[in-house]
Design a protein around this ligand. Structure first.
Ligand SMILES: Cc1ncc(COP(=O)(O)O)c(C=O)c1O
Length: 506
């Protein structure tokens, strides 16, 4: 004869079930929550399934299914001939147990929800979570590209047909060796082709062994932050600069210091004045966002600083393929004799950002630790994209596409320069643009900057505020940052027409 549930220490009447949803799942969740938060302590005897079914007006099957799941997960155990008991489990603190209930979709009382929020807000005040909160980036602009979105190349011109054929060919008959675990540093053929490309087009005399494939430039920067910095160590970043890099460094607990940028690039005198600086992050080919190219003298000064101090330089060559006039200067990595420079490249600005494919060229002694770190985080990048990019390069499509993209960016730049409004109060003239995919235009003051951006937004034109690129606590300068490659020339002309009207009306 089974016992009445009311004679047990467990009272099922507190379990409220929603009859419109799966009942055994809800019962399982409610019981699991009670075990975790201690309301059902170890050794408590549970009612026989028939009795619990009667008490909750459920089918016995629903109770059996809930018990089976709890049994499979070790929350309860059955003693032969003696019913079902809550297993002997270590006691969890109430806070932690309610925290664990975060994953539950039902069975939470209002009280336990409050506890959950309380414990998670406490967690957020610790370590990396707290730092993440302090270094939040606005979400990237989404939706189809429009004028003048920054960071977006002319991906309307990407040869998707070719890419699709190469993809299909790879997956139709993949080599068995390609389907297990690969090299954490990346597919050997792709690394070989990238090294050849960099030797030929950048004068960077590197070998395939120095290349580590990453998930875009951002992951390359993030790996540098993880592996080269201890919490509290100093990092120098360009100010104004690429905030996502500064934030990646800050996330490791490093102390991020902004260094001014003048017409020659990073101010090395200011860098020298920053004692004990472990690492400097720079965009020498085309500073983001000012567009300045670092002079050769500055490059040598920066390298000398790194050698003198045993510090690292992270050289982000994110848009190095785009140069419209003048000979490109050798990358810092090509001038580096002492193995102080980590060179970051990306396919995002030649193919498209969502590809998430980039690379590092590393001093030899760093290759193994970087590859190991990737192995621990993701094993390695997905094989298909790497293999297809290797074929894309090996068959000459990549070089052809670079030429196509450079021509398109130049022509879109010309459309922007030709139609840029003049005589707008407070707005500077369009400067010469000899590289990259974006341009900075000065504005008289911050209030005017915000007005110009709001008026542009009202007519569907996207502009970025230069003032957003400064580190917190700096005195920002006003300006507009425009990406000119995202949309074709006709759309640029159309956007400029709307801008002229919007800006001249007031
Ligand atoms: C300076 C700079 N570095 C890196 C990146 C990001 O590159 P990826 O998309 O490969 O992470 C950007 C993106 O716009 C950038 O402006």
């Amino acid at each position: 004869m089974s016992e009445s549930p009311l004679t047990l220490s467990f009272d099922p009447t507190g379990i409220v079930l929603d009859r419109r949803q799966g009942l055994s799942r809800q019962l399982y969740q409610a019981l699991r929550l009670r075990v975790l938060d201690g309301r059902l302590s170890s050794g408590t005897r549970l009612p026989a399934s028939r009795d619990l079914a009667a008490a909750l007006a459920l089918s016995r099957n629903s109770v059996v299914r809930a018990y089976d799941q709890l049994y499979a997960e070790g929350f309860i155990e059955s003693r032969v001939g003696d019913g079902t008991y809550v297993s002997q489990l270590p006691k969890l603190s109430t806070k932690l147990s309610t925290g664990l209930s975060l994953g539950f979709s039902t069975g939470l009382s209002t009280k336990s929800l409050e506890d959950t929020e309380d414990s998670s807000s406490k967690l957020i005040h610790n370590g990396p979570l707290k730092r993440l909160q302090n270094h939040h980036l606005p979400p990237p602009k989404s939706g189809p590209p429009r004028a003048f979105r920054v960071g977006i190349p002319a991906f309307d011109l990407f040869p998707f047909e070719v890419w699709a054929k190469l993809q299909a060919a790879f997956w139709r008959n993949p080599e068995p060796a390609a389907l297990g675990y690969g090299d954490p540093a990346g597919e050997p053929q792709l690394r070989e082709l990238i090294a050849t490309y960099l030797r030929r087009s950048r004068g960077l005399s590197c070998t395939a062994e120095q290349i580590v494939i990453t998930s875009g430039a951002q992951q390359a920067i993030s790996l540098c932050a993880q592996l080269l910095l201890e919490a509290g160590e100093r990092v120098a970043v360009e100010n104004p600069g690429y905030r996502a890099a500064g934030n990646a460094f800050a996330l490791t607990g490093a102390s991020v210091h902004g260094i001014a940028v003048d017409n020659d690039g990073l101010d090395c005198a200011a860098l020298n004045a920053l004692a004990d600086c472990r690492l400097a992050y720079v965009t020498p080919a085309h500073q983001y966002p000012t567009g300045v190219t670092m002079s050769l003298a500055r490059r040598l000064e920066l390298l000398a600083w790194a050698e003198r101090n045993g510090s690292w330089i992270v050289e982000d060559d994110y848009d190095g393929e785009y140069r419209y006039s003048g000979a490109p200067l050798a990358p810092l990595a090509a001038l580096d004799r002492r193995g102080r420079v980590l060179y970051v490249g990306t396919f995002g600005k030649i193919a498209f950002p969502a590809l998430r494919l980039g690379y590092l060229v590393l001093p030899r002694q760093l290759v193994q630790p970087f590859a190991q770190c990737r192995a621990l985080a993701v094993r390695h990048s997905e094989v298909g994209t790497q293999a297809v990019m290797a074929r894309f390069m090996a068959q000459g499509h990549f070089q052809r596409h670079i030429r196509r993209m450079r021509r398109a960016a130049l022509s879109r730049r010309n459309a922007l320069q030709a139609g840029w409004p003049v005589d707008i109060p407070g707005l500077g003239s369009m400067p010469e643009v000899s590289a990259g995919l974006h341009v900075k235009v000065d504005v008289d003051n911050l209030a005017r900057e915000q007005v110009l951006i709001a008026q542009a937004e009202a007519v569907g034109v996207e502009l970025n505020a230069l003032s957003d690129y400064w580190l917190p606590g700096s005195v920002p300068q006003a300006g507009l940052v425009l990406g000119f490659a995202a949309v074709p020339e006709a759309d640029i002309a159309d956007a400029l027409g709307r801008l002229r009207q919007a800006w001249k009306q007031r």
